[in-house]
Design a protein around this ligand. Sequence first.
Ligand SMILES: [Zn+2]
Length: 93
Amino acid sequence: MVYSQFQGKGYCMKPTGIVRRLDNLGRIVPPMEMRRVLGIEDRDALEITLEGDAIVMRKYVPTCVFCGSTDELTEYKERTVCSHCLHELAKKL
Ligand SMILES: [Zn+2]
């Protein structure tokens, strides 16, 4: 999957991937080339999930907890809601 994601962007990587060791504190730095291809900048948030036997990191894009929209978001009690859903909720009061 990682291999095919990079193929269309002028970036070719062996299907076996890049091998990196964790440091003494269990940390790892995602390869700069991959961060550049995916537009991940220093200090960006990454979402880390477990998918089968793989740890997958993706650029974190906040979405509305109700509809998944990424437009006009507001945070409330550590949850993100879009303005459309916010207005729909307000109508129910
Ligand atoms: Zn929404």
